[in-house]
Design a protein around this ligand. Structure first.
Ligand code: CUA
Length: 150
């Protein structure tokens, strides 16, 4: 019957459109994956504030936010570094924003947020808490200090 043929055509066409849609979605996700922030399964090691050097240009920062400071408060890395930030909170919800870098995370107790940041210019990059967290909120800050290697 002629109707069956039309129906089949419509089905095939919509299947193709769906595939195109899914393909373009995956494609755009892949393109954006580098600077996308993500959540990781939580464990207690994220509560120990520290900086770990993986190699000369790769660092991991385990950042703990608490009322009203970031720990570690100062982070020194050489120019050209890629820094993985793992962020959690010891108490209430805090914000995490690095000036001039496109980073915007929330620090939540029992959760860890992750972002990778590339520092290609020397300077002092302010870290600010952008979520109101009590009386000391406006003083809650840290610094990433990017130097030329010695
Ligand atoms: Cu921490 Cu505002």
């Amino acid at each position: 019957m002629i109707l069956d043929k039309i129906e089949k055509g419509v089905l095939i066409a919509s299947a193709l459109i769906m595939m195109l849609f899914i393909f373009s979605l995956l494609y755009s996700l892949d393109k954006r994956s580098r600077n996308i922030t993500e959540c990781l399964p939580y464990n207690k090691t994220y509560e120990k504030a520290r900086v770990e050097k993986l190699d000369d240009k790769t660092y991991q920062v385990f950042m703990v936010a608490k009322m009203w400071s970031f720990e570690p408060a100062k982070i020194y890395v050489p120019v050209g570094s890629d820094v993985d930030f793992f962020l959690t909170s010891q108490d209430v919800v805090h914000g995490f924003n690095i000036a001039e870098r496109n980073v915007n995370l929330m620090a939540v107790y029992g959760n860890v947020g992750q972002a990778t940041v590339h520092f290609d210019k020397p300077g002092v990059y302010k870290i600010l808490c952008h979520e109101y967290c009590g009386i000391g909120h406006q003083f809650m800050e840290g610094e990433v200090i990017v130097n030329y290697p010695r």
